[in-house]
Design a protein around this ligand. Sequence first.
Ligand SMILES: [Mg+2]
Length: 219
Amino acid sequence: MYRAILFDLDNTLIDRQAAFRLYLIDFCCRSLQLSTQAEQEQAVDELLAADDWGYRPRDQFTEWVSERFPDAQLQASDIWEDCCQHLPSFVEPDSRVQGMLARLAGRFRLLAVTNGSSMNQHAKLRRAQLTKYLFDTVVSGELGFEKPHPAIFERALSLAGCSADEALVVGDDPWADIVGAKQAGLRAYWVSLGRQYPCGATLPDRVLSSVLDLEQWLV
Ligand SMILES: [Mg+2]
């Protein structure tokens, strides 16, 4: 029987892909020197592809943006700062996720275990109005280890006061969430969002099309 559920944040509890798309539209208007709507739409598509669901390391992504759009004369550090400042404001609260967490919080200790900067990830949680349902939050930027490193899962287990076999990880990143969790000895459910699981990665214990499918497996 599980005592704790360790949720990934981006593209698991929040629709980070939708928020990032809206942020990129805003960023392209404000910061890139593009003259037509068609150029802006193409830039958004290219930026989304380069971001790869947020899995690409941030320093690589921002360097790529800087080199791809030289007329904007943006340093990678400027792009990262802009993203941290503006992205959280595009995260939308989801009443369905809130309702599920409200029900689960009465039965399990719920933790967010997320890679990213402290400011950015906490701002997204507040914007999504999820903080009140969480027993605790572990952010890689505060810990010095990021998923898939076992230390971040061990930290979450310590905060939850349970062992690896009493906790479940739920996340969308096959490598950071699923492979990482399995290496740390936890069970892991993968949120597919309609994607195929990559060959060669340790298989998840279950595939969910969305985090909202979780509850039916916890009866
Ligand atoms: Mg994620």
